[in-house]
Design a protein around this ligand. Structure first.
Ligand code: ACO
Length: 701
C-alpha cells in the first residue's frame, strides 16, 4: 500500500499540540521523534510557542512554509476536526490521531469519529487511530508515539489494537532482546485497520514476521483475502482476544449452538494461513520461533531427552496437537541400540538417560537429524550432577547448522544451573523454553504454516445445474408476508429443493382429506408432522407419527396429532399437518449453517440425528472456502461420519459425491441468500446411491 509511505517513511512530520511541558503527550511525541534519529523535517505546531525542544514552532499547520506528509495530532478531541480540516487544506497525506474521546466513549464520540472519517476521505488523507499510541519504524527511523522507549531494530512487525498492550510489550521487549521492524497502535481503526497494515508489512523488505493483537475484525472477507495473500509471503500470527460463548447461547439451530461465537475466527484463520496464538506468551513464543527457525517439511518430531517424565509430556503434547512422533528408520534404531547404554530409550523419545554427558546427546542428535523420517527435533535437558548444559547447547547449534532445513527446539527444564546453556541457545537462534509444551506449540505453528505454503491452489467449481432463485424468493416472500421468520418444513424443503438439494417429498395439508390426497399421490408409507414454527421438538408433544400405510391411517393420524398438540400446547398456532414420503433410513448426517457477523456463512457437517449435540462430531468451514469437491472432502474427512460414509465394518460405502454436492449447494444457497440466518438439514440420509434431506429448517431475517 503506497499510501502508508506517508506514515512510515514521511519526508516531513508536523506535531499538532506539541508542547514544552514535560509530562504532556505533545511533549513526549516531539521528544520521541527527535530522539529516534528521524532525518526528515519536523514541525511542532502550537500557537503559544515560537520554539519547542530547539525546533522552530508554527502557530498552525497552514503557517508551515513547506509540504507536510504526516501530522500527529495530540490536541483535545474538540479541536481535532478543525485541525484535521486544516491538514486537508494543506494537503497533508496522513494523520496519526492520538487523541481519545471518540467511538470508545459512546454515541457522541462515534458521531465525531464519523465526521472525522468523512473529512479524511474528502481530503484523501489516510488516518491511523484515533485513540492510539502512534507508530514506530526502526528502519526509517521514526518514533511518532508517546511510548517511553524506542525499539531495537529487528524483523517483527507488531500491530496492536490495545495501546496498553503495545506499550507493555515494548517495555518487555528490551529485556527479552526482541527487535522490531515497526509497531503500530491501531486505536479505534476508524480508517486504517490491521488489514491495511498486514498488507503493508507483507511488502516491507525489513519485516519477516507479522504479529497482531486484535479484539475484532470488521471486514472478514477482506481480512481473509489480504491476510491469505500476506501469509503466502511471510507468517502472520494473530492473538485475538474476546473469545466468548454468548453467541452460542443465543443460537437457535443445532449448527449455531455447536459453532459458538469464536469458531468463525478459527475457521477463517485456518483458511487464510494465519497462525492463531491463544495468549500473549504464545504470540511472542511463535514470533521468536518463526523469526529464527526453518519451516519443517512435515509433522514428524523426534525427541531427545535425558529423563523420562519430560519425554512423556512431550509425546502427549505432540499427539494432542496433531503432530506425529517420528518413526525412525531401521538403521537409526540399530545405531542407537549399538552405541547407547542398554537401558536407553532407542525409539522415540530417545532417552539418553540421566547420567548422559554431552557425548550421548551428540550421538543421538546426529542420528535423529540425519534420519529422513524426522522433520524436526526437540531436545530436552534436565539438570543432573553430570549434565553439561553449555556443551549440549554447542552440540545442538552444530546440529542445527549441519541440517538447516530441520528446526531444532529445546526445553531446558530447570533453573540457574541450566541458564547459561539455555541463554547460549536463545542467543544463537535456537528457541529454548523452560518446559516442553510451548516448544511443541511453536512446532505445531511452523508445521501448519508449512502446510499452508505447500497447499496447491484448487480452482473453484461453480454449481450451475438445478439452481432456481425465483422459487426461493417466492417462498421467502410468502413467509415474511405471513410475519414468519422460521419457515415451515414444507417451505424449507421447497427452497432447498430449488437449489438442487434432494429432499423427501413433503406437502402441507390443512384437512384430513387433503392429507389423504397428498399421501395417495406420493405413495405409502408416509410420515405426518404438525406444521408450526413454534414447536421445536415435535416428537415430545405427539406431533409426529411415522409408518402410515393407508388412507384410513392418514385420517386417524391427522386427528391424533391435532388433538395431542392442542393438549400439550393449547396456545400454539398449527398451520396444518405435513405429509412426507417416508424414506428408508440411511447414514444420518447433518449439514448446517450459522451466519457469522464478520465472516459470513459458516457451514457445519457431521453425524446427524437426534444426538448431534451430544456427539459433537462436526467440522466447520466458511462457505467461501467450500467451492470445490477437494476442499469439501477435506472437511468431511475431519469427522467420524467420514469413516461411516466410506463403509464401516463391511457396510457398503455411501454416495460421497452426493454428500459433497449437497454441502456445495448449501454453501451456495446461503451465500446467494444473505437473509438466511440459520439453516439445518438434519437428518440428511446418505445411501449407497443418492441422499435425501428428511428435515430442513431455515430461519430468515
Ligand atoms: N493547534 C495547535 N496546538 C493546540 C491546539 C491547536 N488547535 N489546541 C491546543 N493546542 C495546544 C495546547 O495549547 C497545548 O499546548 P501547551 O502544552 O503549550 O499548553 C497542547 O496543544 C495540548 O493541548 P491541551 O489542551 O493541553 O491538551 P492535553 O495535552 O492535556 O491533552 C490529549 C491532549 C493528550 C490529546 C488528550 O486530549 C487525550 O486525548 N488524552 C488521551 C490520549 C490517549 O490515551 N490516547 C489513546 C492511547 S491508547 C492507551 O490507552 C494507552
Amino acid at each position: 500500500m503506497a499510501e502508508l509511505t506517508a506514515l512510515f517513511r514521511p519526508q516531513s512530520v508536523a506535531v499538532v499540540g506539541a508542547s514544552k511541558q514535560p509530562g504532556k503527550i505533545g511533549n513526549a511525541v516531539m521528544k520521541n521523534i527527535l530522539a529516534s534519529g528521524y532525518r526528515g523535517a519536523v514541525y511542532p505546531i502550537n500557537p503559544k510557542e515560537s520554539e519547542i525542544l530547539g525546533v522552530t514552532c508554527h502557530p498552525s499547520v497552514s503557517a508551515v512554509p513547506a509540504n507536510i506528509d504526516m501530522a500527529v495530532l495530540s490536541v483535545p478531541a474538540a479541536q481535532v476536526l478543525a485541525v484535521a480540516r486544516e491538514c486537508g487544506e494543506k494537503k497533508v497525506k496522513a494523520l496519526t490521531i492520538i487523541t481519545a474521546g471518540f467511538k470508545e466513549i459512546g454515541k457522541e464520540g462515534l458521531d465525531l469519529e464519523k465526521k472525522l472519517l468523512l473529512l479524511c476521505s474528502q481530503y484523501d488523507m489516510r488516518m491511523l487511530g484515533p485513540n492510539c499510541v502512534g507508530l514506530m519504524d526502526t528502519h526509517t527511523p521514526i518514533n511518532a508515539s508517546f511510548a517511553a522507549t524506542f525499539l531495537s531494530k529487528g524483523e517483527i512487525a507488531f500491530l496492536s489494537q490495545s495501546g496498553a498492550i503495545l506499550l507493555a510489550i515494548l517495555d518487555w521487549s528490551e529485556t527479552a532482546e526482541l527487535g522490531f521492524s515497526k509497531v503500530v497502535s491501531l486505536g479505534n481503526k476508524a480508517d486504517l485497520s490491521e488489514i491495511d497494515f498486514i498488507e503493508d508489512a507483507a511488502n516491507d523488505p525489513y519485516t519477516r514476521v507479522i504479529l497482531c493483537y486484535i479484539e475484532d475484525i470488521v471486514d472478514g472477507p477482506r481480512f481473509i483475502e489480504v491476510a491469505g495473500r500476506a501469509a503466502k509471503k511471510k507468517p502472520v500470527i494473530v492473538f485475538k482476544s474476546g473469545v466468548s460463548q454468548a453467541g452460542a447461547q443465543a443460537a437457535s439451530s443445532h449448527t449455531g449452538a455447536l459453532a459458538g461465537s469464536d469458531l468463525a475466527y478459527d475457521t477463517a484463520f485456518e483458511q487464510c494461513g494465519v497462525i492463531r496464538a491463544h495468549s500473549m506468551t504464545e504470540l511472542f513464543d511463535l514470533a521468536v520461533a518463526f523469526s529464527k527457525s526453518a519451516i519443517p517439511a512435515g509433522d514428524r518430531v523426534a525427541v531427545v531427552t535425558n529423563s523420562g517424565g519430560p519425554g512423556i509430556i512431550a509425546t502427549d503434547n505432540i499427539e494432542m496437537l496433531g503432530l506425529q512422533m517420528a518413526r525412525f528408520e531401521k538403521n537409526t534404531i540399530e545405531e542407537l541400540r549399538a552405541n547407547l547404554p542398554q537401558e536407553a530409550g532407542i525409539y522415540n523419545p530417545v532417552d539418553v538417560l540421566g547420567d548422559a554427558g554431552v557425548d550421548r546427546y551428540e550421538f543421538a542428535l546426529q542420528k535423529v537429524m540425519e534420519d529422513s523420517n524426522v522433520d524436526s527435533v526437540l531436545v530436552l535437558v534436565c539438570p543432573t550432577a553430570v549434565t553439561q548444559p553449555v556443551e549440549v547447547s554447542h552440540t545442538i547449534l552444530r546440529a542445527r547448522d549441519a541440517y538447516p532445513g530441520k528446526p531444532v527446539f529445546a526445553a531446558y527444564t530447570g533453573g540457574q544451573s541450566l541458564a547459561k546453556g539455555a541463554g547460549l541457545l536463545s542467543g544463537a537462534g535456537v528457541p529454548c523454553f523452560t518446559f516442553p509444551e510451548p516448544a511443541i506449540v511453536c512446532l505445531k505453528g511452523l508445521n501448519s504454516y508449512g502446510q499452508y505454503l505447500n497447499a496447491r491452489a484448487v480452482a473453484d467449481e461453480r454449481v450451475l445445474a438445478g439452481v432456481d432463485q425465483k422459487t426461493v424468493k417466492a417462498v421467502f416472500y410468502d413467509a415474511t408476508r405471513d410475519h414468519r421468520l422460521i419457515l415451515l418444513g414444507s417451505e424449507a424443503a421447497e427452497a432447498a429443493n430449488a437449489y438442487g438439494i434432494p429432499t423427501a417429498p413433503i406437502v402441507l395439508a390443512t384437512t384430513p382429506e387433503e392429507a389423504v390426497e397428498a399421501a395417495d399421490k406420493m405413495g405409502y408409507p408416509v410420515v405426518l408432522k404438525a406444521s408450526s414454527p413454534k414447536i421445536l421438538h415435535k416428537t415430545d408433544v405427539g406431533g409426529v407419527i411415522v409408518g402410515i400405510n393407508s388412507a384410513a391411517e392418514v385420517q386417524k393420524a391427522f386427528i391424533e396429532i391435532m388433538e395431542s398438540v392442542h393438549r400439550y400446547l393449547p396456545k400454539v398456532v398449527i398451520y396444518g399437518i405435513e405429509v412426507q414420503k417416508m424414506k428408508e433410513p440411511g447414514t444420518e448426517l447433518i449439514i448446517g449453517m450459522t451466519r457469522d457477523l464478520q465472516f459470513g456463512p459458516l457451514i457445519a457437517f457431521g453425524l446427524g440425528g437426534i444426538y448431534v449435540n451430544l456427539l459433537k462430531d462436526v467440522a466447520f468451514r466458511l462457505a467461501s472456502d467450500l467451492k470445490n469437491a477437494k476442499k469439501i472432502e477435506e472437511m468431511i474427512s475431519e469427522t467420524k461420519a467420514y469413516t461411516l460414509l466410506k463403509g464401516y465394518r463391511g457396510e457398503a460405502p455411501k454416495d460421497m459425491a452426493a454428500v459433497i454436492d449437497v454441502i456445495r449447494r448449501t454453501a451456495l444457497f446461503v451465500t446467494d441468500f444473505p437473509e438466511i440466518t440459520e439453516m439445518d438439514i438434519n437428518p440428511l440420509f446418505a445411501y449407497k446411491k443418492g441422499v435425501s434431506a428428511v428435515d430442513v429448517k431455515i430461519t430468515i431475517s
